[in-house]
Design a protein around this ligand. Structure first.
Ligand code: ITT
Length: 207
């Protein structure tokens, strides 16, 4: 679903684009998804911007919060990504808390183990899950747009593969046999939640 908060959001003009994220895995994926379209992606991580606290209750809310903070800090159009893993048998958890389940410092093996433990404790045989991504763009004049994407699949245990990031080693997309952690990044970029959100963004803001 694409959620456009602007009546008709401005076009995103190829050039410098601020990626409002401190997650290296996301920065790499956003570069791979946007640079072929003429964007030079600079991240909040590269610029040493402060990381805002994610206080909203939805992916869309947190994506807007991050993009607004980065746009205010730099005065450039900012693109943010709020994403996570929603596990059916866990009522959608960890969801917006996906990064926080990795603790401090972030350890995604710990996060994947925590999901696996919670699944076992739930007693459910349902291992279905989805990755969700909300991409927000905020312009210096205050216009905003948000696009959402999802990819559905199953969780496996133990984790497999060392590509990608976060929960990729335990997620097998529907119709696939290998995890996102084992998959060639280009293939992941053709089917991921982030790719779906980028596709919607491109259709609206780059068309
Ligand atoms: P920013 O807020 O700075 O962007 P973050 O890592 O804190 O970085 P989120 O709050 O959106 O980002 O948390 C999303 C977490 O969900 C992320 O840390 C990953 O662990 C997980 N996640 C999101 N997309 C993923 C993907 O494509 N593959 C694996 N895990 C993913």
């Amino acid at each position: 679903m694409a959620v456009n908060h602007a009546e008709s959001p401005p076009r995103l003009v190829p050039g410098r684009l601020l990626a409002a994220t401190h997650n290296k895995g996301k920065v790499e994926e956003l570069k791979a998804l946007f640079e072929p379209h003429g964007f030079n992606v600079v991240s909040a991580l590269d610029l040493g911007l402060e990381e805002p606290e994610e206080t909203e209750a939805t992916f869309t809310g947190n994506a807007l919060l991050k993009a607004r903070a980065a746009m205010r800090a730099c005065g450039l159009p900012a693109l943010s990504d709020d994403s996570g893993l929603a596990v059916t048998a866990l009522g959608g958890e960890p969801g917006i808390y996906s990064a926080r389940w990795a603790g401090e410092p972030r350890d995604f093996y710990r996060a994947m183990q925590r999901v696996e433990d919670a699944l076992k404790a739930s007693g459910s045989a349902d291992r279905s899950a989805k990755f969700v991504c909300a991409l927000a763009v905020v312009w210096p004049d205050g216009q905003e747009a948000v696009f959402e994407g999802e990819v559905h699949g199953q969780l496996v245990w133990p984790p497999r593969g060392d590509r990608g990031f976060g929960y990729d080693p335990v997620f097998v997309a529907t119709g696939e046999t290998i995890t996102f952690g084992e998959m060639d990044p280009e293939r992941k970029h053709a089917m991921s939640h982030r790719a779906e959100a980028v596709k919607k963004l491109r259709a609206t803001l780059l068309a």
